[in-house]
Design a protein. Structure first.
Length: 127
């Protein structure tokens, strides 16, 4: 299916040709077109829809159980989170990085290796 953003888009206010751009919002990249003449901007509707899904998931709190599996504990990740992440990345590794960030807080990083996480922590001055 053709994407309307692949075509020349004219500004609705001043009729000038709009330029493609990427806008970062809360770590989420949104495709846009911006009019350099009057600063009008139009966000890609599919990206806005995905961003709204992201915000809804981010603001939702899930209660999950910890289960003993062998000598480890397992926590299930809600299906809607995994489906959303798969939809965005198209491919998700089965391996995730788990970090004990601070007392009472664990983080899971999908598609990011432990070396990159350690580099960021060192950059922030954490040990």
């Amino acid at each position: 299916m053709a994407d309307i953003f692949d075509n020349k888009i004219l500004c609705g206010k001043c009729n000038a040709e709009m330029q493609k751009a990427n806008i970062s919002k809360n770590g989420f990249i949104l495709r846009a077109v911006i009019c350099e003449r009057c600063n009008e901007k139009v966000l890609h509707p599919a990206d806005v829809e995905n961003y709204n899904k992201y915000i809804n998931l981010k603001n939702k709190e899930f209660s999950v159980k910890m289960r003993l599996v062998g000598n480890s504990y397992a926590v299930s990740i809600p299906k809607e989170i995994v489906l959303f992440m798969n939809e965005q990345k198209k491919i998700m590794d089965e391996m995730v990085s788990l970090c004990f960030e601070e007392m009472g807080k664990l983080s899971l990083n999908f598609g990011e290796n432990l070396t990159e996480i350690a580099r960021r922590k060192n950059h922030r001055g954490e040990n």
